[in-house]
Design a protein around this ligand. Sequence first.
Ligand SMILES: Cc1cc2nc3c(=O)[nH]c(=O)nc-3n(C[C@H](O)[C@H](O)[C@H](O)COP(=O)(O)O)c2cc1C
Length: 235
Amino acid sequence: MDVIKAIVSRRSIRSYKSKTIDKEDLMILVEMGIKAPTAGNLQDLRFIVCTEQGIINKLPELCMDQYWIATAPAVIVVCSQPQVQAKWFGERGRHVFSTQNAAAATQNILLAAKDMNLDTCWVGGFNQEGVDKLFGAEGKARVEAIITVGYAAEKPDPKSEQPLTASMFFQKYGQTLEDPVAANNDYSIKLQQHLSKIEEDTKKAKSNASKWFENAQKQIKTHVDKYNQKLKEKK
Ligand SMILES: Cc1cc2nc3c(=O)[nH]c(=O)nc-3n(C[C@H](O)[C@H](O)[C@H](O)COP(=O)(O)O)c2cc1C
């Protein structure tokens, strides 16, 4: 699976089978987290792998009553050390880089898990003090994210996504393309070339990606049709 396929097919999963996760797999996931970029290459993140159900069961209460968390056979807790970042980068290190480093590592773990046929959810809605205390991090580190890891026992509904043209500006904030239809056409061709490559794998894996692929194809067709229509009108 290439990284684009992992990005396209990853979804947040909030219900897990009781099947346990191999310790080695959890170690690989942490390794992938360590490989993420960190400001100043300080590599100051710390990862707590927790498979003890007694501890996991305490999480929902500390995470805004998200009871589904207790179905996860494992969680990876991503911790920053704001004091280390602050030493090098001052307040920006303490308040911004610490969290950004953890976010990069968290996303690495989510994507690596997808590649390993594991499912995850990024949990950020928690009581900071309570969670720091539960994992023994208080005074030493700050819990930035909790990642539930397991095998999906649900299939999430398809989600709607912002169209590229609404989210992307050129050169300056708010500046869209002069001729978005033409640009969409170029983008569509390139995307189509890339997706054709992925499609072969996707057919085999029958993953969510194939649905995304079909949608992308439809969107591309709409863009191309619009583009052709515009060309006709210009003539
Ligand atoms: C910073 C952050 C915090 C999040 N916290 C939670 C959370 O506490 N509980 C939860 O169920 N999902 C949480 N999520 C997952 C988002 O709800 C999810 O990514 C979003 O709905 C899009 O769905 P998808 O991941 O399936 O694409 C969080 C995601 C991020 C990036």
